[in-house]
Design a binder for this molecule. Structure first.
Ligand code: 6R9
Length: 583
């Protein structure tokens, strides 16, 4: 029997307190995500249960019980509060590979009352700088492997008071840097976790938009209710599960469902910190008897490419539930998974950094229509809005903008220092309303920035994004950020970055550039540009193709017509150019 039982039934009986009842949480208990993911699980008698099964490159491995998680996260919390003197609400960046300290420190930062700002460890120094500057980050926790990137930008980050290295050789540190190895430090049995109220800030995730630099979506401790309930009902997590979320906590899936949701339920998580190799992934599933697996379409398509043979070489009989997020899950991938994993199909889920928790899902027990994202989670009012009038579309199959009535607990509270951009995500009467009033209004829609249609049975079908943001392998990259970095290359005069279709990654980045006088197109120059972006931004943002042009198409006011260039890549009818002009 699945946890959710009947989806339809919950549409009728849903109330905002269900999550608290499902977690058996009583008013007056401490609401702090860090505490609830560790101490509370121990208090309920599960301290000896495994919290984290970890494997890294080579044959490195480790295991932690919930009691270990409690004590070691206390260690981080104490270090952050007492040794560094980081105050409540200050941002602490966690910048490391998927090593155990990432998970332990995330829980610790929240216990200390600071805001956790996880960033993808493959980010180069510019990606890092933009996000640390925007958040006014006070402290960064990193490793010897990545600290070089921090050193490079430190001079330009006046707010960054502490650089802490949590793994590596302490003798290799610069003078102002601190070394803190939580496992070598004395175990901290008692820590007085920050008494969060529901609206206390918890996690900030940076996400890319179409214009401007990435935006910091601010979340609060109250998010735990949405995250835990969806983990219970959609991922179907139960106490004896071994659950693997393949996402990196540098992205929202890796925190909402790679840390918070499952640990709030006291579920064992398995983490594999190594690159993608199909046989390695299957061996990991097999060795740890993974029961529930949350992954992404690009990974699934990559597994499909490796074929069925390698699946059959492994005993995956423990697997019982599969789910996916981040990009469109094509019908073939659903059908393939059902075939090779013994009748178990990947269940698509749709949500965003801003929503903080799953919004449109395929539920255990509800028939899957392969290629559809499913239906809105109980308690969530979803719609697709007419592209022009912004009225909810009533006609089945008609394409519109995916929108939700605001106000669920995990919804972001603001884009950090960008209230106007936050406002622009709502349609309806927004004037004169505070950010909190926008979030709790029952006459407004929060607009996701994606297009879909709804069929006659209420299933949502993804159509595409409503903007130019590039989704490569389930990771959003902003064209503006790439273009800004491209024109820093000495050879480049002007640049546009667009997504071009790719059979596995859905989209990859393509750059279209003009050159400064004295530079000629060449294979070497192409490589030099690719490497430049890989190093300064990240491997995800690196263009897979560079097209050299004499000039770029522009609007009358001189702005590069990125949407026109994008339409060319997708073979779309570019029609009347004036409709592609951005304002
Ligand atoms: C959780 C996460 C959000 C964007 C979203 C949409 C795309 C996510 C999807 C999907 C089609 C799905 N997206 N899930 N597209 N089908 N099931 O991925 O957050 O990094 O903010 O990305 O990803 O475009 O708007 P985030």
């Amino acid at each position: 029997m699945s946890n959710i039982g009947s989806y339809e039934h919950h549409l009728e009986d849903f109330d905002s307190e269900i999550a608290k009842r499902e977690l058996d949480w009583k008013e007056g208990e401490l609401l702090n995500i860090g505490h609830m993911c560790s101490d509370r699980i121990c208090q309920r008698g599960h301290g000896d249960r495994t919290a984290l099964i970890w494997e890294g490159f080579g044959d490195k491995s480790a295991r932690y019980t919930f009691n270990d998680l409690r004590v070691l996260s206390n260690g981080f919390a104490k270090f952050i509060r007492d040794d560094l003197g980081v105050g409540v609400g200050e941002r602490v960046c966690i910048f490391m590979d998927k090593i155990p300290s990432l998970y332990l420190s995330f829980v610790g930062v929240l216990k200390a009352g600071a805001v956790a700002q996880p960033l993808f460890s493959a980010f180069g120094d510019e990606s890092l700088e933009v996000r640390l500057k925007s958040a006014g980050t006070t402290a960064i926790l990193t490793t010897q492997k990545h600290v070089k990137k921090v050193r490079k930008i430190l001079d330009r980050l006046p707010d960054l008071r502490h650089v802490v290295v949590v793994e590596g050789n302490p003798d290799k540190l610069k003078e102002a840097e601190r070394f803190f190895d939580v496992e070598a430090a004395p175990r901290v049995e008692e820590f007085d976790s920050f008494r969060a109220d529901p609206e206390s800030r918890s996690v900030i995730h940076y996400t890319s938009g179409t214009t401007g630099q990435p935006k910091g979506a601010q979340h609060v401790h109250n998010s735990i209710w949405s995250q835990a309930l969806t983990a219970k009902w959609v991922l179907d997590l139960k106490e004896d599960d071994v659950y693997w979320c393949t996402a990196d906590p540098g992205w929202v899936t890796g925190t909402s469902y790679g840390i918070i949701g499952p640990w709030a339920l006291g579920v064992t998580q398995a983490v594999l910190d190594s690159g993608f190799i199909a046989a390695r992934w299957y061996r990991f599933l097999q060795d740890h008897k993974v029961t529930v697996w949350y992954s992404a379409p690009t990974a699934i398509r990559s597994l499909m490419r490796e074929g069925e043979e390698v699946v059959r070489e492994h005993d995956l009989s423990a697997l019982r539930h599969l789910a996916s997020v981040g990009e469109p899950l094509n019908a073939e991938a659903v059908i393939w998974s059902e075939k090779v994993f013994d009748g178990k199909a990947f269940h698509d889920t749709f949500w965003q950094t801003e929503t903080g928790s799953m919004m449109i899902c395929n539920y255990p027990g509800m028939p899957i229509k392969p290629g559809s994202m499913g239906k809105p989670f109980p308690g969530i009012t979803g719609a697709v809005l007419d592209l022009k009038t912004h009225e909810p579309v009533t006609e089945p199959g008609k394409v519109g903008l995916i929108a939700f009535r605001p106000g669920w607990p995990a919804m972001f509270r603001i884009y950090w220092n960008q209230e106007d951009v936050y406002r622009s995500k709502f349609v309806g009467q927004t004037d004169g309303r505070t950010p909190d009033e926008l979030r709790t209004a029952d006459d407004l829609w929060y607009v996701s920035g994606d297009r879909a249609s709804i069929d006659k049975d209420g299933y949502y079908w993804f159509v595409g994004r409503d903007d130019d943001v590039i989704n490569t392998g389930g990771h959003l990259v902003g064209p503006f950020e790439i273009e800004s970095a491209l024109i820093e290359h000495e050879a480049i005069a002007e640049a546009a970055a667009v997504g071009k279709p790719d059979p596995v990654n859905m989209e990859v980045v393509k750059a279209i550039v003009t050159l400064n006088p004295g530079y000629e197109p060449s294979g070497d120059l192409e490589l030099s540009i690719m490497n430049f972006i890989r190093k300064t931004l990240s491997p995800l943002a690196m263009p897979q193709e560079i097209e050299f042009k004499d000039k770029l198409p522009k609007t009358r006011s001189g702005k590069i017509l990125r949407r026109y260039l994008r339409a060319l890549e997708w073979g779309e009818d570019v029609g009347d150019l004036s409709t592609l002009e951005e304002d």
